[in-house]
Design a protein around this ligand. Structure first.
Ligand SMILES: [Zn+2]
Length: 95
């Protein structure tokens, strides 16, 4: 999903420009980061919508650790009671 976007020249240029604009610093924790993330995630519905995929306002620069936190939080929301710890291991909350 979103593979074509990430392969496109336009994305490569935008990604690099955004990375440079943030000086390679994670916007969440201030550590060096190199993941240009879409705040509004790309889905099969919006993958051809350049206002999502190539929108400067929809980007944030994250380090791997913060990117994982964002991704895992989403899993928490989807499956109540399940989540991931800092190492990425599956945990089941005892409720
Ligand atoms: Zn970070």
């Amino acid at each position: 999903m979103g593979q074509k976007v990430y392969d496109s020249k336009a994305w490569q240029l935008l990604r690099q420009a955004y990375y440079d604009s943030q000086h390679g610093i994670c916007e969440w924790c201030g550590s060096p980061g190199d993941i240009v993330d879409h705040i509004e995630p790309i889905t099969s519905e919006n993958v051809n919508d350049i206002w999502i995929t190539l929108n400067w306002e929809n980007l944030q620069l994250l380090c791997l650790s913060c990117h994982n936190k964002k991704t895992f939080r989403k899993h928490f929301a989807i499956r109540e009671g399940f989540g991931f710890d800092e190492n990425g291991d599956l945990i089941v909350s005892k409720t």
